[in-house]
Design a binder for this molecule. Structure first.
Ligand code: ADP
Ligand code: MG
Ligand code: ZN
Length: 621
């Protein structure tokens, strides 16, 4: 579908809608209301009325413009009935009435006549105006503190505003920063680039998981560039009223072109940029499409040469975007804003730690080591949590222990001391967790088992085993993945060995283990039977949420083979876990009973216990 397939001008649709509602109001006021309010008299055909007059049955007649009311002559013991009829243009009527001796008169104008016409002719325009006002206010009402522009909700950040954000406030995303610094340079000194014939990209798309600092980076660009910065969120484009989204895009770009050089930032682009082929959840797909089409048209409409309008956009769901958005001349440059690595996390912690008073024992490096996978927003949250904990204990400075506690909170949800397990449940949870810990300690690649706890946390976890990576890992080999699966199954295996039965508590472990095994087979090509083929569609998104992608179309035999291999991997890991736990049955008992006593085991005590592990069997993968 080309973008010019649907040139429906939105403004006329808007007016059409209003006229339609106006017509409805009219109908109600002029026809329906009188019908309900007026006296309910039997209406008869005009011909019957004439007939009754000729027969001499009619006593008196009241002739109105739209209606004739008449009363029949009274019978012996009943008053004459009253009927109505609709007149036709009949000049003979007065003559006929007179010849029959019927008393007749014209209807006096109704007493509330002026009021009715007011209702009919003045109120509708008023309603029209009211609806119009509503539109204007919806379109133009910008958020507080920001200067709103015309009908578009965009905010302009003007240079020199208070609390200016610069690149110094962003850390851990160095590659993205380099790209954006280049764009700032271009806006400041375009000659440097145009001299040698370089063309700056029109559209730059910031792509990355939530909370990695995309919005923050865009604000930093605004702060550094010293040019007007229009910012709008994708969700603000798509609103209930038809035609508003696309006219907003038009307004926004009209304004931007007038102010060039400048930056237009569209946050959460996926709200409008969703692929047109994918069916939307809400019926109003059409509206979003028009907005998207308008955006594409606008981006094609200005050339990077004369008007320097650079469009920045951010999304955490690039795979849902319409391919047309990513074509050359539109968002042809994509900047990955990924989760920070160890050094990046330390740098981000440093930025946010400036807001709080740190105690002398705080080591940001250690905190960074313990928080792999945290995005910038998680780290900001972590610092705040730690500060809250310190404040709760009336301390003046944030200590390292506050950070340790805060990490656990952020990772596993808030401690729920109120949840009470009965003795039997507590025992099962204890053995389950020690099972994870022992298998985890015996395996390579999972990191150090740092803590076992049976204090319930959050909504789901009854206990947990904390395994801390000793370094950031980017690649895992097959043995390590198998080790992870075995560790996930360690909890259930311990339950089997000790109690001879299985509880519902292991379902999440099984889910994760099976997902990982499936990915080994279908994504990483680690199955000898199926070979190095990818059986899943598309690439695993970098937003790795652990859920496998849908499968490619495969033959029935292949599907069977995949299922067989996944089962094989999980079962092998299960056997391995059982084997380790059986060999270390005594240690399992020792640690579990200690855990039941203290609820938490960590630090040197835990390392001492795990040091007794006999992991000779672990080598046989
Ligand atoms: P996104 O738009 O990618 O979802 P935000 O830019 O809204 O994330 O980040 C939310 C907050 O988290 C920021 O205001 C900032 O306080 C913090 N933050 C996120 N990433 C970083 C980073 N790379 N450096 C410093 N702070 C960050
Ligand atoms: Mg954001
Ligand atoms: Zn478990």
């Amino acid at each position: 579908m080309s973008i010019k397939d649907q040139p429906k001008p939105p403004r006329s649709r808007l007016i059409g809608n209003i006229l339609l509602s106006l017509a409805g109001v009219f109908l109600i006021l002029n026809f329906l209301l009188p019908m309900f309010l007026g006296p309910q008299l039997a209406a008869v055909p005009y011909s019957l009325f004439i007939h009754q007059v000729q027969e001499g049955d009619v006593a008196r007649v009241q002739v109105g413009q739209n209606q004739i009311r008449y009363q029949l002559k009274a019978g012996e013991n009943q008053p004459g009935q009253i009927f109505t009829t609709t007149p036709i243009f009949d000049l003979e009527l007065p003559k006929l009435l007179e010849s029959q001796g019927v008393e007749f008169a014209a209807t006096p104008p109704p007493k509330n006549g002026w009021f009715t016409s007011l209702l009919g002719w003045v109120i509708p325009p008023l309603i029209f105006v009211a609806i119009w006002q509503l539109f204007i206010s919806r379109g133009g009402g910008g958020p507080q503190g920001a200067l709103s522009i015309g009908k578009s909700k965009a905010k302009v950040y003007v240079e020199g505003e208070s609390a200016k954000i610069t690149f110094k406030d962003v850390a851990g995303v160095e590659e993205a920063k380099v790209e954006l610094v280049e764009i700032v340079d271009f806006l400041k000194t375009p000659q440097r680039f145009t001299q040698i014939g370089a063309r700056i990209p029109k559209g730059v798309l910031l792509v990355g998981p939530p909370g990695t600092g995309k919005t923050l980076l865009a604000k930093a660009v605004a702060g550094e560039a010293g040019v007007p910065f229009f910012s709008i969120s994708g969700s603000e484009f798509v609103e209930l009223f038809v035609g508003v989204g696309s006219s907003r895009v038009r307004d926004l770009f009209d304004q931007a072109k007038k102010q060039a050089p400048c930056i237009v930032f569209i946050d959460e682009l996926d709200a409008i940029g969703k692929s047109r082929s994918s069916s939307g959840f809400y019926g109003g797909n059409d509206e979003r499409e028009q907005t998207l089409n308008q955006l594409l048209t606008e981006m094609d409409g200005f050339s990077a040469g004369d008007q320097t309008v650079i469009v920045l956009a951010a999304t955490n769901r690039p795979e849902t975007l319409d391919p047309a958005l990513l074509r050359p001349g539109r968002f042809d440059r994509q900047v990955l804003v990924d989760r920070p690595d160890l050094a990046g996390r330390e740098a981000i912690l440093k930025i946010h730690a400036q807001q709080v008073k740190l105690g002398p024992d705080v080591d940001l490096r250690t905190i960074a080591t313990r928080t792999p996978g945290f995005a910038g927003a998680d780290l900001a949250n972590l610092v705040n949590e730690a500060a809250l904990l310190a404040a709760r204990q009336m301390r003046e400075q944030v200590a390292q222990e506050d950070f340790n506690e805060a990490i656990e909170r952020v990772v596993a949800g808030l401690e729920k001391k109120s949840r009470v397990l009965n003795e039997k449940e507590k025992k099962i949870v204890a053995y389950h967790e020690v099972g994870h810990a022992l298998v985890g300690a015996a395996m390579t690649g999972g990191g150090q088992v740092a803590k076992i706890s049976i204090v319930p946390r959050g909504m789901a976890a009854l206990g947990y085993t904390l395994q801390l990576p000793t370094e950031d890992r980017f690649l895992m080999d097959e043995a390590e993945l198998r080790g992870q699966i075995a560790t996930m199954l360690g909890g259930r295996s311990a339950e089997e060995i000790v109690f001879g039965s299985i509880t519902t508590g292991a379902s999440n472990d099984l889910q994760r283990a099976t997902d990982l095994a499936e990915r080994m087979v279908t994504t990483y090509g680690m199955s000898k039977v199926l070979g190095p083929l990818a059986y899943q569609q598309g690439q695993q998104s970098f937003l790795d949420n652990g859920v496998p992608n849908p499968r490619r179309m495969v033959s029935e035999e292949t599907a069977k083979a995949i299922d067989g291999e996944v089962k094989e991997i999980v079962e092998q890991a299960h056997d391995q876990a059982l084997d380790i736990l059986k060999r270390n049955r005594d240690l399992l008992e020792t640690i579990a009973s200690k855990l039941l006593e203290t609820e938490v085991i960590e630090g040197e005590e835990l390392q001492g216990l795990l040091g007794q592990l006999q992991s000779a069997a672990a080598a046989t993968v």
